[in-house]
Design a protein around this ligand. Sequence first.
Ligand SMILES: [Zn+2]
Length: 483
Amino acid sequence: MNLEQWCQLDERIYIAESDERYKQYAGLPYNEKAIKRLAEIKNLSSKSFLENFDRPRELVLAAIENIADSSTKKLELALYEARNKKVVSKAFRLAGAPVNWSSWRQFNSKTRDDRARKRVFDEFTQKTRFVSPVIKKRFAEIRDVYEKYGTGKKIPSPLAGYLENEHVSYSQLISFVKSMGRQAKKPFHESLVDISKKVLGREAEYYDDFYFFRNRVYADMEQYFVKVRPPEQVTKLLTNLQFDMSRIAIDAKNRKNKYPSPICFFVQVPADIRVLYKAESPYFDLQGCYHEMGHAMHASSVDSNASYWDRYGISMGVAEIFSIFLEGLTKNPKYLTSLGVTDKKVLDDLEQRNNFMELFFVTFYTANSLMKAEFWRKDLSMEQASDLYARLLKEYVGLEVPGEYWMLHHILPDAIMYVPSYMLAAVRAAELERHLQGRFGDEWWEQAEAGKHLREIMAPGASIKLSDFSKMDAGVFMKEITA
Ligand SMILES: [Zn+2]
């Protein structure tokens, strides 16, 4: 088997797997046994790659990651089970069922009872003792996979794999993250006092977390967005920019078992990209829909003749650029005006709240990133990780949060790293926007040429030339949100 044959085979497996997973998330009939079997086949395919090939590095990295992922599937499911069956409230219910980890955020956004939110937060913090052993075991097994399969390929640890995939060194990443956190700290703390008074009528407490604020902070703005139809608007935008919409499908149907958040599937890059979307609250939907369509715009623009690894081996720090970039339009007063949201006071208010959420994002993700990096680098115990996390949240977010909270997050206990990629991408997205404004003017989205230029940037897939628009200058992003 030569490399080309291996790639063709692996791509067929990948396509079948994503198609089946798409159906599952869409709430359509799907075959669970097929999903399990395909995961096993994928695992074998990755192992055969490592036995036969040493390059390209993108595929070496992906193969080890796939093995780590598929060989810890049982523990992943155990974590999912423990979250929903053990992290459950004794006293509080939502829609007739006890609040559990999955319905927690929804509960927080629905209830106006602060004491109830505090009690659930405290109870769930206590109950992290049920998920802690599973998280510990799963991460230990992932570490073992890297030792076993990666040592000979110079990828001896999960952290080493992540850094090589993102093309950054450990010290570069840490100083980048710390410098953003340091710049955001003070303006965030000031803004937190202000916004808390406005939307909560009191000072923020440890149980008023990022996800609670992300919902509550827009509560009185939603009414101005009820007439905006996100899927139609974003389709019109991308059509005007001359993207090939025949490659992108948006499913906006409401099915009972459909995944609640918008999500994008790269079923076959670039020809078959699918976005799932479910209407919930107007402004939140607008942001989510543009974010996922940014992923779709990106994946559908990759050159169909690019290599297998350039089409699929795109790092998160690159993939999230285009989603954050397109989502940026939903925060752009000029673009919002074109959607019919014209009240100056509303647009000003919205800008202030968006800036607050961006600052919250930077401080929170600084703490998240630094904790996870230390976790892998120093092989921390669960207790040490929680202690460190409490210290980092105090330092950057400024609140005294119990450190066990990291185990209740939806990315930190699941992904190897992932979190700093959002920070890398947010900075690059701001630079990309600046780049387009420089070439095509402030309202670049009105020019079909801007679409063509974007496609040129995105066409190489994983081999993207970031230096064409990015110097990794955090100043561009930070200036926007601290203005
Ligand atoms: Zn995304």
